[in-house]
Design a protein around this ligand. Structure first.
Ligand code: AMP
Ligand code: ZN
Length: 124
């Protein structure tokens, strides 16, 4: 199945982040434009923990395969930078887990924007 058709089906079914984009389930939205929605993580891992997601359903980095998906991903990073600037985050970390073994639990591409504490390296 073509990615576009699959994305459409996902938006019609059970993707929790598509439902947040559509306003069908609640979230504390902190930023939104035509490409991107950003909201507070439900289970924060740092004093600032915001999820930045494309409005278009992409399951993960593995679906950044064409100009539209690359634009969507790039707009997420641009939005993350703007959110960091608006909130005076001097240092911050952007993380995207890709695949279950890397820690991905929601299969709609998202960038974790983490700040407000000292970060360890390497991540576990
Ligand atoms: P990952 O494990 O990298 O896929 O990240 C998924 C993130 O989504 C986790 O940090 C969860 O706490 C967060 N999360 C799951 N459901 C919701 C929700 N309904 N609203 C906000 N954050 C959520
Ligand atoms: Zn989705």
């Amino acid at each position: 199945m073509a990615r576009g058709a699959n994305s459409f089906l996902m938006q019609m079914t059970d993707c929790i982040f598509c439902k947040i984009v559509a306003g069908e389930i609640p979230a504390t939205i902190v930023y939104r434009n035509e490409h991107v929605t950003a909201f507070q993580d439900l289970n924060p891992k740092a004093p600032t923990h915001i999820l930045v997601i494309p409005n278009q359903h992409l399951a993960s980095v593995n679906e950044i395969v064409d100009d539209a998906s690359a634009l969507a991903a790039g707009e997420c990073l641009r939005a993350a930078r703007e959110i960091a600037q608006q909130n005076n985050l001097g240092s911050y970390r952007i993380v995207t887990n890709t695949g279950a073994d890397a820690g991905q639990s929601v299969f709609h591409l998202h960038f974790h924007l983490l700040a407000g504490r000292r970060m360890a390296w390497p991540p576990g």
